[in-house]
Each structure stands twice: as C-alpha cells, then as structure tokens.
Design a protein around this ligand. Structure first.
Ligand code: IPM
Ligand code: MG
Length: 361
C-alpha cells in the first residue's frame, strides 16, 4: 500500500516526537511492505514565523489532498510575544482550530488505557485502580464554545466578554453515531456526558443521543453530568468504556483521563471526518520547556500513528504490531523521564523511538 502522509511537526517538542513516529512507521513499511511518503507543512508558531499566519491556505490544501495527517503539537510559551501579542485568530492554536474545522474533523477519539507497567505512575490509589481501565473519550471537535460567536465589548464603561455554545441536532447525531459504532467494537457501553441540569445545548444533546441509541439496542447508554464525571474518573475509572461528550467538556475530561494513565505523554488521538481521512496527534501540548532536549515521550505520537494505520489505512495487523511494540518496550523496563520509576532504564526521545521501531514484527 502507498500512503501519502502530511506531517505537521509544529512547535516545541513536536518535531522530535513526529520524527520518532515516522521512524516507527517506516519500520512498519519495511516489515509489511508498505510505502509511506511524507510531505511536511508548517502550522502554529513556526508558520507564524515563516508566513505571518498560523496556517496558510496552501498548507490546509496540502493536508486536504493527503491520505492522513500526522501532527506533533503547536504553541509555545505565552511569554513569546511574537506569537501571542497578536489577535487571537493569529496565534498558534488558531492554526489547530482552523485545520480541524477546515477538514471537518468533528470526531476526536482519545483512548485512555492504563498499562499495568505504569500503574506506579498513576496518581490514584491501588484500590481505586483495581484491575485498571480502558476507555475511549469521543469528543465533538468542531462545534460548541470553540467555534461559537465571540466578542468583547464595553457596556456602560464595563468590559464584557461573550462566548456562545451552540449545537444543532445534526452535529450531535453524527458524533453520537461514531461513539455508538466504536462501542459496538468494545464493551458496548456509552456514557454520554453533559450538563443537562443547566444548559439547553446539553438537553438537546441528551435527546438526540437517546434517539441514536435506539439504533443500537446492544449498547447500554448512561447519562452523566460533567461535574460528576470529573469526580467518577478519579473515583472509579474502571466503569468507563466509551465517553461521549461535547468539545469543551471533552477537552477538560481528556486531560484528566490522560493523567490517570500515568502521564499525558501516553495519550494518542485521532480526529476524523465522515470519510477515512483523519488527523492524528498526541493529546498533549508542545511542552516548550523541554523542547529539543531529547526528553519528550514519543509514545503518544507513536500510538497516534497506530491509530492512523487502523482508521485511515485499514491496516489493523500493522496497528496491532505498533501497539505490541510499545507494550514490549514498557515490559522490558524502558521509560522516558515522565514515566520513569526506580528500577527502570531511563531513555531519551530518540532511543525510545528506536526501541519501539526495533520491536515491530
Ligand atoms: C487539545 C488542546 C487544544 C484544544 C488547544 C491547544 C486549542 O488542548 O487538543 O486538547 O483545546 O482543543
Ligand atoms: Mg486539551
């Protein structure tokens, strides 16, 4: 198979972790007979430096024409005035939002899985961890507060800022369908998270999710209020299979879910539209403080590349091989600094990538 991948290394640790993911993909190509061709484009701060905008139309078009996009991370220290003393739509993160919207990537899948090797890095007590957890957060990615009308104005001499949270039933239905589809391949349990005790958008969310559930009689549906969900994640994480939620709640809950896996450096993600096309990126940020120091954990990006193999290229065997290689490296005791524990061997970004690539069978 020939796959045209657009890579967007981005800022901070982005280039280092994308490099390692490509190393692993190349090994997959070698072992399984596929060719991965990479075209690099700029997004985020590096694009601002080169072109004055966080995402050019050309970069977006190049991404659109590819088979899939592999993204590192964008953004930097807010103290970086070149990137942040400008209008919000010109900041690095605006590039990310623009590509999500521009490619209609409405379904963001963020798996949070506790490797038993990392149980010590999990900040929860042993009795709470129990047999571990394996959940998927299905976050709506192109609606809600992120894309609603917003403005700041002065009303009677007082500054006032407004953000709007809007969802229509079609936007809710298509993400709910994705969540139920994925639940069918898992433990057939969807927990839909909202704030229906306060928000109209959540009440519509609940209604539409219930309609969709009727087409999936095998799947159990539960509703959970977002504040309760935040609590349940650290009280009983094992109860979650598929968590379906809107954009902002998903942003917050996925950081929480990633941290209980031991490190935010482990959490991969896929952002999909209605076709097989997707953008794959770690759920963490650009970590400018450790950029270029060979300290970053590339596993989230490597696992994102595995999701790319699975969802965009239909290469399940190859995706399994990448996940198994990550598992093996952890079992053998190799750790980057963020997940290091006594008795383990500390390795840098590049060595971690090499160790995983070497274990692709
Ligand atoms: C994420 C990030 C982004 C988001 C930021 C960088 C705009 O936190 O992918 O979770 O809020 O979606
Ligand atoms: Mg986030």
């Amino acid at each position: 198979m020939n796959c045209n991948i657009v890579t967007i290394p981005g800022d901070g640790i982005g280039p280092e972790i994308v490099r390692e993911a490509c190393k692993v993909l190349d090994k997959v190509g070698e072992v399984y007979g596929h060719t991965f061709t990479y075209t690099e484009v700029l997004m985020g701060g590096c694009s601002i430096d080169a072109y004055g905008v966080p995402l050019t139309d050309e970069a977006l078009e190049t991404a659109r024409k590819s088979d899939a996009v592999l993204l590192g991370a964008v953004g930097g220290n807010v103290g970086n005035s070149r990137w942040y003393d400008v209008a919000p739509q010109l900041r690095p993160e605006a590039g990310l939002l623009a590509i999500r919207k521009g490619l209609n990537l409405f379904a963001n899948i963020r798996p949070a899985y506790l490797y038993k090797e990392l149980a010590d890095a999990c900040p929860l007590k042993k009795e709470i961890i129990g047999d571990g957890f394996d959940m998927v957060i299905m976050r709506e990615l192109t609606g809600g507060l992120y894309f609603g009308e917003r403005h700041t104005e002065e009303v009677d001499g007082v500054l006032q800022a407004t953000d709007t949270l809007t969802y229509n039933e079609n936007e809710i239905r298509r993400i709910a369908v994705k969540a139920f589809d994925i639940a069918m391949k898992r433990k057939k349990h969807v927990i839909s998270v909202d704030k229906a005790n306060v928000l109209d958008s959540s009440r519509l969310w609940r209604k539409v999710v219930e309609e969709v559930a009727k087409d999936y009689p095998e799947v159990t549906l539960e509703h959970m209020l977002v504040d309760n969900c935040a609590m349940q994640l650290v009280m009983n994480p094992g109860q979650f299979d598929v968590v379906l939620t809107e954009n902002m709640f998903g942003d917050i809950l996925s950081d929480e879910a990633s941290m209980i896996t031991g490190s935010i450096g482990m959490l991969s993600s896929a952002s999909l539209n209605e076709t097989r096309f997707g953008m794959y990126e770690p759920s963490h940020g650009s970590a400018p403080d450790i950029a270029g120091k060979d300290l970053a954990n590339p596993i989230a990006t490597v696992l994102s590349a595995a999701m790319m193999l699975r969802y965009s290229f239909d290469l399940d065997k190859e995706a399994d091989a990448v996940e198994a290689a990550v598992q093996q490296v952890l079992t053998e005791g190799y750790r980057t600094a963020d997940i290091w524990a006594e008795g383990c061997e500390k390795v840098g970004t590049a060595q971690m990538g090499r160790l995983i690539a070497d274990r692709i069978r």
